[in-house]
Each structure stands twice: as C-alpha cells, then as structure tokens.
Design a protein around this ligand. Structure first.
Ligand code: ARG
Length: 415
C-alpha cells in the first residue's frame, strides 16, 4: 500500500506558476498529482504530461471537460443572460467550479487529502476554487502556494525554476496573464494595468482587428431550442462544435473584443481585456430571440435577475441553493425561447438581422400600419383615459399648484 497521507491533486496548467508549485510542494513533503482540465482551446496539450513529470509530479492526467463545460456551464449562463457588469461573458468564472469539481473527483480516486491551485491572493479565481472545493468536499485541505510563498515576482519564480531544473517555456517572459477556454480568453497585466493604454496588437489572438476584417458581411443562422443553441445554418451541432464554429466565424470578423475595468470580488478595480467571439454572437442572438418570445414582464424580471446570476457566477457561488433556484427559473423562462436568429457579422459587430419563432409574440396584424390592421384604435381612447387618470389627479392637486405652474412641471425642477 503506497502511503497516500500526503498526496495532493494540483490543477495544473503547464505554465510557470503551476510548474513551480509542483516542485515547491514536493519539497514540503507532498506527492503532487497533476490534473489538467481541458475546458477548450488547450494549447500544448501533449507536452503537459512531460512538463509536469519533469517538474516532479508523481502522476498526471488530463480530463476532457469541454462538453460538460459547454452544456452545463456556458449555455445555462447564456440562457440566463449573465454578463458581469453588463459585459463580461464570464468564461474564466464559469470554468472554475467545474475544474474544482474535477479536482475533487480526482482527489477521491487518488485518495488524496488535499487539492492545490496556482492562484494568487489578489484575484477572483482563488475564491472560486476554494469556495467550490469547500462546498463539494469540506474534508479536503486546500493548498494555494502562490498565495503564501516567498516567490513574489515572476523573476524569482524563473530563478527558482532554473535552480531546480524545471523546464519552462518561452512564455515565461510574457508580459500578460492569460486564461483561455471555449467561452473566452482573458488577458490582464503588463501595459494593460494602465487604463489609459489602448491594448496593443499583441493582446489579441482570437479576433482580427475589425479594421482589417472583410468588408462583406457574413450571415449565420443560429437555431435555438428552449434557449439552447442547437444548430448553425440548419445543421444540428453539439455544443462544443457549435461554439468552435462561431469562435472561428466571429474571430474572422473581429467580433467579441471586450476591454473593461471591472470590480473584482476582493475589492480591487482591474483592467481586463477579453476575446469572446462565440459568446458575443450567441448572446446577441439569444437576446434577439427573447425579445420576440418573452413578454414585457418576463423581460423586465430577467433583466433584474441576470445581474444577480452574473454576480453569483463571478463571486464563486455556483454550488449554492441560490444558483439552483435561479437556474430553475431560467429553465422555466426559456421554455418558449425556440426559433432561429439570422446574425450578421461585420467589422467587429454581431447584429441580429432577422429573427423568427413558432412561439413568437409578435403579431403582424397588430403592428402593421398597412392593410390588415386588426388593432382597434378607437379603444385607445378609453385606455388612455384610465392610464392617465392618476397623472391628471396629481397634476391638478399638487404640481399645477407649484409657484412655477406648468413651466415648473416641464423643467423637472422642485422648488
Ligand atoms: N477577470 C476575470 C475573472 O475574474 C478573468 C481572470 C482571468 N485570469 C487570468 N489569469 N487572466 O473571471
């Protein structure tokens, strides 16, 4: 029986931080087992095992989580309309709880007593990992060496790596901090830390500069069923294939660049640049379909709740009852969101050019100003009489009595 009392499962990316973490934990008596979660667009997949073992890991495995990520994390967030601070499609934030779950699964299989990650103590990701693991497996110890070690600069990590013959890649001297998955790419640090600096061309990898994008628009028809994207141009596609295709199309037309200053959970404002071509196209399409299939009141409620849903994802609260409640409401609200949206991609923009649904609440015969109008315009008189009733009462009783009379009402002033 191997002694497993000091085995830890590390979320391993193959970058400088996690490679150094392997060695650092090993020196402190841990057997480090590396897990790489494939949540999409994983570069250098094949070299990761070699790199992990060279750094001193006792074992390595890669788990393909792409389908689950797309199906159970990205699409539900899309259906909920969750965009953090109105813009960020939450790619990194959505992946963390899934990676945490997979860390716990592997820790059980490996009879490990701890899990580890390479997050710093200033970001959101440490919160998401820690809180998710605490929810799923309260008995597991959580190790976050980067949060506590003496290697406080990138340079000191490189020196440590060289001193311990840990192979590091060319990216060790990169100036940006990156995170990538199916749903999007996040870039921070380096020159981006000054919000006055426009992102340089070296920031963008997934999208062409909209100025250089084709002058001709490209159309793509996205089919949705109960709020879930199911097809492109009539061809049924599984979630990963559908996202990958829109990633390419959107990227070719410069769609999905997001440059923002956002509020981290730990209280810091931070400059973040994202590329999320697929999420951006899908989100615009989904909004267009909802405008056709949800009532005014449903749309109002959704607008209010989607902010809470986005915060919940961003703040690491995926494994909570509140998430289940909002997810249940979202599913219910999406039951009529079925149809097709024709998207036009052109020079950085993704715009709904056409939308149709078997459940459409749009009635031509009510909306038209042409032949075939069935709307009874004479009923409008009675409607306005009742609608305007409290306005008339208040104006007469209060507002017209003000010293400025009608002038004051129209200026909006209070005196
Ligand atoms: N700010 C984003 C978030 O908190 C992305 C963080 C991505 N991490 C990175 N190393 N670039 O979800």
């Amino acid at each position: 029986m191997p002694n497993r009392s000091k085995r830890v499962v590390l979320a391993y990316s193959g970058g400088l931080d996690t490679s150094v973490v392997v060695r650092w934990l090993t020196e402190r008596g841990w057997e480090v087992y590396c897990l790489t979660a494939d949540v999409g667009f994983l570069e250098a997949g094949a070299e990761l095992e070699t790199r992990a073992l060279a750094a001193g890991a006792v074992g390595f495995e890669m788990r393909d989580l792409r389908d689950e990520f797309a199906r159970s994390f990205c699409f539900p967030a899309l259906m909920a309309g969750a965009l953090y601070e109105g813009r960020y499609p939450l790619a990194t934030a959505l992946a963390r709880p899934l990676i945490a779950k997979s860390l716990v699964d592997v820790a059980r299989e490996q009879q490990a007593t701890a899990v580890a990650h390479g997050c710093t103590g200033k970001g959101n990701d440490q919160v998401r990992f820690d809180v998710s693991v605490q929810a799923l497996a309260p008995d597991l110890q959580i190790l976050a060496p980067v949060r506590e070690w003496e290697l406080t600069t990138r340079q000191s990590e490189i020196i440590y790596a060289n001193a311990h013959s840990i192979p590091i890649t060319a990216s060790a001297d990169k100036q940006y901090s990156l995170d990538e998955n199916l749903w999007g790419r996040a870039v921070e640090a380096g020159p981006l830390e000054d919000p006055w600096n426009e992102p340089g061309n070296d920031v963008w990898e997934w999208t062409v500069n909209p100025e250089d994008a084709p002058d001709q628009p490209q159309y793509v028809e996205i089919g949705f069923e109960h709020g879930r994207p199911i097809s492109l141009d009539g061809e049924a596609l599984d979630p990963v294939a559908l996202i990958t295709r829109l990633h390419e199309l959107g990227g070719q037309h410069g769609v999905g660049r997001i440059d923002m200053v956002e509020d981290r959970l730990v209280g810091i404002k931070s400059r973040e640049v994202y590329e999320a071509p697929a999420a951006t196209v899908l989100s615009a399409a989904h909004i267009a379909l909802e405008s056709l299939t949800l009532s005014k009141q449903q749309l109002r409620i959704k607008h209010r709740l989607m902010q809470d849903y986005a915060d919940l994802i961003y703040d690491g609260l995926w494994y909570t009852a509140m998430h289940q409640d909002l997810a249940a409401l979202t599913l219910s609200m999406q039951r009529h969101v079925t149809g097709v949206v024709r998207m036009r991609l052109l020079k950085g923009q993704a715009v709904a050019a056409g939308v149709q649904s078997p459940n459409s609440l749009y009635r031509y015969s009510l909306a038209t100003y042409d032949e075939g109008d069935v709307f009874n315009q004479t009923s409008a008189v009675g409607f306005i009489d009742i609608w305007g009733l409290p306005v008339r009462v208040q104006a007469q009783q209060q507002l017209l009595q003000q010293p400025g009379g009608p002038e004051q009402i129209s200026s909006g002033r209070i005196e």
